[in-house]
Design a protein around this ligand. Structure first.
Ligand SMILES: Nc1ncnc2c1ncn2[C@@H]1O[C@H](COP(=O)(O)OP(=O)(O)OP(=O)(O)O)[C@@H](O)[C@H]1O
Ligand SMILES: [Mg+2]
Length: 341
């Protein structure tokens, strides 16, 4: 089955063609980062308008890349939530209009299920069951995954998501949006041990996270440095390293706990923060220690993309799931509400 995938939940227009027999045929992305950078974060109305502009040219681009015609497409998968409603509506209405015109089925995909399944696009995909750490701009969740749509939430952030903490901390020390890659870049030049951030909620049992305190800790530390006239590039690097180490160690401790609690030895990491090299290295070391294995997607499929939506939608369509022509999206949508396949 040849599936066209459309992703428009936030600030990236992602389009891909996935074939159930041959795998991923083509993918294309337009990132709105430059559009939102001047505002220091995503402006929802600008995001929606830009998705409208990018969608059809990107669809033409993937068809050309794959050497396929519109008539070859057998179904369309689009992100139906969670995300920004205006942005989601662009993908949903485009998908439903094309599906109607081409007389093929369309299916709404859960954005986080897309992230969760992105490592399935790699050469060595994980086998079920596994524990998934979803770490993105809007989510930090540990999930037990027994199959597609068989999700048990083990723990999540009580406040900021890990990616959000990266973005906010970056902003307050004067780095560009999005902050994750910027902090990771500066951390490489950081002096180990100059600053030590707390590891939130690791001193008590459980799998919940809290990252908003790290941002406050960064703010206070940065202000002290500024007051002392020590707010140059090296201090930014040192702060970036200390912050990143705190997030990475906290996530590693909780992942280890989740694996112990479930008795599983396979860990999947997904979402934008799973592109972080220090996080990957730390989790790989932890998993090697318990003779387990960690799985993740190539960096471009960690952040938002159309390939993960095409893949997730394809699995549900192959299982016979279909949807009517209603254009409906959900800003909030717990993943445990999804039907199993
Ligand atoms: N190398 C990296 N290190 C740390 N964080 C990163 C890195 N690359 C990207 N990020 C972070 O990942 C986030 C973006 O990821 P993603 O696109 O998956 O999130 P989102 O789509 O905005 O949120 P959600 O998927 O929860 O709706 C941003 O917060 C960004 O700073
Ligand atoms: Mg995302």
């Amino acid at each position: 089955m040849l599936v066209l995938g459309l992703e428009t939940s936030c600030d990236e227009t992602g389009v891909a063609l996935y074939d159930s027999e041959r795998g991923l045929l083509a993918d294309a992305l337009f990132s709105q980062i430059d559009l939102h950078r001047v505002y220091g974060g995503v402006v929802p109305e600008l995001a929606s308008r830009d998705h409208v502009k990018r969608m059809l040219p990107l669809i033409r681009e993937v068809l050309e890349q794959a050497g396929r015609a519109p008539a070859d497409i057998e179904a369309i998968a689009y992100t139906a939530g969670p995300g920004l409603v205006g942005a989601l509506l662009v993908g949903a209405s485009c998908a439903q209009a094309l599906a109607f015109a081409w007389n093929i089925p369309a299916i709404g995909v859960h954005h986080m299920e897309g992230h969760l399944l992105a490592p399935m696009l790699e050469e060595q995909p994980p086998q079920f069951p596994f524990v998934a750490l979803l770490v993105s701009g809007g989510h930090t969740q540990l999930v037990r995954v027994d199959g597609i749509g068989r999700y048990e939430l083990l723990g999540e952030s009580l406040d900021d998501a890990a990616g959000e903490a990266f973005d906010k901390t970056a902003k307050l020390i004067g780095l560009n949006y999005p902050g994750g890659p910027e902090i990771a870049r500066l951390a490489e030049q950081g002096t180990p041990g100059r600053f030590v951030f707390p590891r939130p909620m690791t001193d008590r049992p459980g799998l919940a996270f809290s990252f908003s305190g790290l941002k406050t800790f960064a703010l206070n530390t940065w202000q002290q440095c500024r007051d002392a006239g020590d707010d140059g590039e090296q201090t930014r690097c040192d702060l970036s390293l200390a912050f990143q180490q705190a997030v990475v160690e906290t996530l590693t401790i909780k992942c280890k706990r989740a694996l112990k609690q479930t008795g599983l030895k396979r860990l999947v990491i997904a979402g934008g923060v799973s592109a972080n090299k220090a996080l990957r290295a730390s989790l790989e070391q932890m998993l090697a220690g318990i003779k387990g294995q960690v799985f993740y997607a190539r960096p471009k499929f960690c952040t938002d993309n159309g390939a993960m939506i095409a893949y997730a939608g394809c699995q549900r369509l192959l299982a016979g799931q279909r949807q009517d022509l209603a254009i409906s999206v959900q800003a909030r949508w717990p993943m445990e509400q999804l039907p199993a396949i």
